[in-house]
Design a protein around this ligand. Structure first.
Ligand SMILES: [Zn+2]
Length: 172
């Protein structure tokens, strides 16, 4: 539960704050912490992680500002990694957790990668009340338009996930 001292790296560390056999909610809380870490590193508040067969295989924080890359969303980073590194059986048992509903860019990559399931903390419509920078097409709609089979669950942690957005986008 600490504000760890790692530097914007992008995977496989600092999972000590996850309990054994985490619930969906606990995984999403971990992604909210990754979103906080993204802000500490100078980026916007978004985080995501991938679980395959009960094991965290990757995590990522937004890096759009520090990398000067509009595509450096954590969900896209992980979808690209999954498509590259996981076989069909692993993808069929792969869940992406995200602090916020993935945007249409990331949704399309999730569909192309064939990730089985996505669970997110807060929906983009709610975030849109604070920030209108996004494209307001729901993840589920993108998946359906692509005739995809990815299961979408969320929002499951609106207040907790919005708190980090309130801190970031709400000050003005
Ligand atoms: Zn995105």
């Amino acid at each position: 539960m600490t504000d760890a001292d790692h530097s914007g790296g992008d995977e496989f560390h600092d999972l000590d704050d996850l309990p054994a056999d985490p619930t969906d909610r606990e995984y999403v809380e971990r992604t909210i912490r990754l979103a906080e870490e993204a802000v500490e590193a100078g980026n916007t508040p978004f985080g995501a992680l991938l679980v395959v067969d009960g094991e965290v295989v990757g995590e990522a924080r937004n890096e759009t500002r520090t990398e000067d890359d509009v595509a450096a969303h954590p969900e896209l980073t992980l979808a690209r990694w999954a498509a590259r590194e996981l076989d069909a059986d692993e993808l069929a048992d792969c869940t992406m957790y995200a602090s916020t509903e993935p945007c249409p860019m990331c949704a399309t990559a999730i569909h192309y990668a064939g990730i089985d399931r996505v669970v997110f903390g807060v929906d983009n419509e709610t975030l849109g009340e604070l920030s209108d920078a996004g494209v307001a097409i729901p993840l589920e709609e993108v998946i359906q338009r692509g005739d995809g089979e990815t299961t979408v669950e969320g929002p499951i942690a609106v207040d907790a996930a919005m708190a980090v957005h309130d801190d970031f986008f709400g000050e003005s």
